[in-house]
Design a protein around this ligand. Structure first.
Ligand code: GSH
Length: 244
């Protein structure tokens, strides 16, 4: 099997990886044990690279149209795929071993993905601010300029320390409180009890993003919510992951 080519965004961090959106797809590749190699694309170069490849446009987090990562090229089939959901669907269909949508759960997990994104969107400017701190300089400059346009707000107003930041923390906590209620329904290690699914990969990717971009004390705060279950979930998932 020829290794798949996965496009991801580098950073100043050791180990490079940081993005929660791209982690979703990378974690599926790793969980399924598929061989892959990374093409690193700076944030500011995504549109240019994707245009050259002939990728399709997507929706950006602020609602505008644009080119996005994750992007997957599967030389075994010739498939070129944009968007984490479509990549998950493609990998499941093409490489069905170790299913990520067990028991016909795809529709429900799609709804879960959308609801979780809505909960996250309300608080997202805080982790976006932290993300710019770990991006390489060119990308951080591009990111700040384009997000100011997209959100029609000055970057310094995104999540300044004080009441606005506190509100973002409250919304983040709300997202995890809601997730805890959902996880408690089956009471197992994973959302579907003892069966791992793409729902857990979505949560693990968000946690991965927070762990990588937030300051240590901020990550510790999340890691300790609900008796440490979120740090444990990420660690449990990492044990299932066979990627780079
Ligand atoms: N719905 C898309 C969202 C992906 C997304 O927003 N990716 C960001 C990187 S984390 C991006 O490529 N943004 C390009 C830009 O803002 O110019 C997915 O799940 O793949």
């Amino acid at each position: 099997m020829i290794p798949l080519i996965f496009y991801d965004i580098p950073s100043k961090l050791e180990g490079n990886y940081w993005s929660g959106s791209t982690a979703k797809s990378r974690f599926v590749l790793g969980y399924k044990g598929l061989p892959f190699r990374i093409e690193w694309v700076e944030y500011c170069d995504i549109a240019q690279r994707m245009k050259e490849i002939g990728a399709r446009q997507n929706k950006l987090v602020d609602g505008r149209d644009g080119y996005t990562l994750p992007f997957l090229n599967d030389p075994n089939t010739g498939a070129l795929i944009t968007d984490s959901w479509e990549i998950a669907e493609y990998l499941e269909k093409t490489y069905p071993e170790k299913p990520i949508f067990p028991n016909k759960s795809k529709g429900l997990i799609r709804a879960f993905d959308a609801i979780l994104m809505n909960l996250l969107r309300a608080a997202i400017k805080f982790p976006l601010v932290r993300s710019t701190e770990i991006m390489n300089e060119r990308s951080a400059e591009y990111f700040i300029a384009t997000r100011e346009v997209g959100f029609k707000e000055k970057f310094s107003e995104f999540s300044p320390e004080g009441p606005k930041r506190e509100e973002h923390w409250a919304l983040l906590e709300q997202m995890f409180n809601t997730s805890k209620e959902w996880y408690d329904e089956e009471g197992g290690k994973w959302l579907m009890g003892d069966v791992l699914s793409y729902a857990d990969i979505i949560i693990a990717s968000r946690l991965f993003w927070f762990k990588r971009v937030l300051h240590d004390d901020e990550w510790e705060k999340i890691a300790n919510w609900h008796d440490g279950r979120w740090a444990k979930l990420l660690a449990d998932f990492e044990k299932e992951y066979n990627g780079v």
